[in-house]
Design a protein around this ligand. Structure first.
Ligand code: ATP
Length: 510
């Protein structure tokens, strides 16, 4: 899918009440979006899936809900005041602003695409005998291209580590990167831009009252490490999870809900004994990719991307990338954060943030492994891999959103075949039976076929039709969204039947 694919998703999301531009009656606010009646259901379901997997299924992980405002020193300790910057560069002709690192990453992605093209061509040529690994390791053209990528990465990493912005600019010029809008190479110098939103607390103005909207939820976890450890009598290793809003004054916020200035994160900090970070890094990489794959959005839509330039706090880091309509992009980060954050908070707060290990009888600052996923990006991942148009046997086309059943905003639609003969009353009885357990809808407008189409378009897994037979045999027809197969189910067995298909626990069955 392309940018065109993204446009389709944006318009479908708006038409059916998933996502609206924020304050649209005032022509909207750039990069701010509101989740509508179906969007907020889907978002809640994604949260529930994450919270169940992380908190409920792990005895040693607990959840908290910290405030968005934090003591301003938090952000000095975390490094955000001094180092939470993006390198930005402007094109003098188009006056468009870009992130210098993104321009370089996109250039690398183009070279990677060429390598993949070479591989696909060779695969076709050699057929079954093709050994991809060998081809990648020996083909001179692929090796040359890979060498180019490696040298760009090395130069970029060195420049960023030395905070040498002139070298970043030189790299952009040497690579001949042009502005996608003007096509020119007429660039300004690269500058650093701090991404935190600053505001004032109460009536105090000036720097003494300055506070920030949190740019990540993680720090709310770190400052509560000891509170949770002591009050919950937690033993290492243990985790603290949190879902909440984060704010970043992104230089370029675009691509729908992929990059917003106000967004939501689902983060988990796992506190471990120093020296065990490699083991836990692999553990969480595996656990998180399994969480994604269990949704069935397509295994080839994910890939790991190891960080070349590590953040100031990390000793290992990777992203889980997802194949969005605009290509593979970061969906989740997994970071081995060492003891950086807790040590910084010890230093700035003058409070000990140690753990007394009853086994070794020593006291130390734990190391931390972080998993951090953007809820909005996950929402886009679900939406973009679900929306499709399907040609049916009779040549007609249906629009269907194959959202994983357990995440679907509406789990079942209860449809009386016609609006009379006692069918609506019976249908409402069925509704009452199910609505305590799931979000189910009642719909009696239009012909049954059109009602099915409407439910397909919003991803409702089951359509339950009440017909004249129902009054006699106390059974209903249940239609499956994906197979469109229909089966007769006794009303008495309906709650169990619906549950089997749509409950969150279905995602945890091996
Ligand atoms: P990027 O490189 O795309 O800016 P990041 O590396 O800065 O992301 P992290 O700081 O690791 O992101 O944040 C963790 C997660 O939060 C990301 O994997 C992403 O899913 C989400 N996220 C970060 N920034 C945004 C944003 N502006 N809008 C929506 N989600 C975001």
């Amino acid at each position: 899918m392309s940018d065109d694919g993204l446009k389709k998703i944006i318009s479908h999301a708006k038409e059916y009440g998933f996502v609206f531009p924020s304050s649209e009656i005032y022509d909207g606010l750039s990069a701010a979006y509101d989740y509508g009646q179906l969007g907020s259901e889907l978002k809640n379901n994604i949260k529930e899936y994450w919270w169940t997997a992380m908190v409920r299924m792990n005895e040693n992980i607990v959840g908290i809900d910290a405030s968005i405002f934090m003591h301003p020193t938090t952000w000095k300790a975390s490094g955000h005041v001094d180092a939470f910057n993006d390198p930005l560069i402007d094109n003098k002709d188009s006056k468009k602003r870009y992130r210098a690192d993104v321009l370089i990453e996109e250039h690398i992605a183009k070279i990677e695409a060429k390598i993949n093209k070479d591989v696909t061509k060779a695969k076709k040529r050699f057929g079954d005998n093709f050994d991809e690994a060998q081809f990648r390791n020996t083909n001179p053209q692929v090796l040359r291209r890979q060498g180019d990528i490696d040298s760009i990465n090395t130069r970029f990493k060195a420049a960023m580590e030395a905070e040498n912005l002139a070298s970043v600019k030189a790299l952009i010029e040497d690579l001949g990167i042009t502005c996608p809008v003007s096509g020119s190479k007429n660039w300004t110098d690269v500058r650093q831009f701090n991404l935190m939103f600053k505001t004032e607390l109460g009536a105090v103005s000036g720097d003494s009252g300055a506070v920030y909207l949190r740019p990540e939820t993680a720090q709310g976890i770190f400052v509560n490490y000891l509170n949770v450890q002591k009050s919950g009598r937690m033993k290492l290793p243990f985790g603290i999870a949190q879902i909440g809003k984060a704010f970043r004054n992104e230089i370029i916020a675009r691509q729908f809900i992929f990059r917003m200035r106000e967004f939501e994160q689902m983060e988990m900090q796992f506190f471990i004994k120093p020296g065990t970070q490699e083991k836990w890094y692999s553990h969480w990489k595996e656990a998180r990719i399994q969480w994604h794959k269990a949704l069935g959005l397509g295994e080839d839509r994910y890939r790991f991307h190891d960080h070349v330039k590590l953040a100031h706090y990390a000793d290992a880091a990777c992203d889980i990338e997802f194949n969005f309509p605009m290509g593979f992009k970061e969906l989740e980060g997994i970071h081995s954060r060492t003891d950086f954050d807790l040590k910084q908070h010890e230093e700035y707060s003058n409070k000990k943030l140690r753990y007394f290990d009853p086994e070794s009888q020593e006291s130390y600052v734990p190391f931390v492994l972080e998993t951090s996923i953007g809820l909005d990006r996950m929402f886009l991942a679900v939406l973009s891999s679900s929306l499709r148009e399907e040609k049916l046997e009779d040549e007609s086309v249906r629009t269907v959103m194959s959202i994983p059943f357990a995440l679907a905003p509406v789990k079942a639609a209860i449809l009386p075949l016609i609006k009379k003969d006692g069918l609506p009353e019976k249908a409402r009885e069925v509704l009452a039976q199910l609505q305590l357990h799931h979000n189910v809808h009642y719909d009696e407008k239009d012909a049954i076929g059109r009602r099915y189409r409407r439910q397909d378009a919003i991803g409702t897994p089951l359509c339950i039709t009440v017909d004249h037979e129902t009054l006699k045999d106390h059974a209903v027809t249940v239609r499956n969204r994906d197979t469109m197969k229909q089966e007769r189910v006794p009303i008495a067995k309906l709650p169990h039947h619906v549950d089997e298909w749509v409950s969150m626990s279905s995602l945890f069955r091996a």
